[in-house]
Design a protein around this ligand. Sequence first.
Ligand SMILES: [Zn+2]
Length: 235
Amino acid sequence: MDIRPAPLVLMYHSVDHFDEDPHLVTVSPARFERQMAWLRARGLRGAGMSELLDAHAAGRSRGLVGLTFDDGYADFATRAVPALVRYGFGATVFVVSGRIGTYNAWDDGPRKPLMTGEQIRTVAAAGIEVASHGRHHVSLPETDDTELREELEESRAALEDLVEAPVTGFAYPYGHATAREVEAVRAAGYDYACDIGPEEPARHALPRTYVGDRDGPVRLRLKVVRHELRRRSRV
Ligand SMILES: [Zn+2]
């Protein structure tokens, strides 16, 4: 299916208080709350990717913004979801299936706990879409064909067992994806995949807009406007 013009999708990682955040992946709870309030004040509603893509296909995605959270940090369950529920917003969380209940061992930044299986089941029950971020958070272009297939197929099977529901979405670790990985994700049966800044936006390489702690109303507005301009230039 043609995905152009691509809908607006925001990319978050962690929502928590922080002292140091070298990779700029953390948004404070107060900032996150204000960003959600800003969306609502503009008549926008946060949605998970499956809902957003279904609405997009039906020509009903106006007013919807995709909200995505990579890595599956424990603070997604304790900080982000309570705020999302208050706003009536949906979201998709991309979980690293082989690291559930541990911490972000792939990262050289501060250690952050990841959701437990119980927390993942709880957020799924609250209406959050649970999707895959691979098994071990490896850069997929560096894998051989066997490892690539395992990263894609085993992560999905593990998450489907956990939430007892189909898992249809994938997000590329580090946003690393060449044509080989995009094709492998499609061949593994995923319905869509989130990238960061793909050269060729497609259903299995969806562009996303990074949102960080420095994004107050002015910067957030700029990002939304920039997306709209890019979108129009592609039509
Ligand atoms: Zn990640």
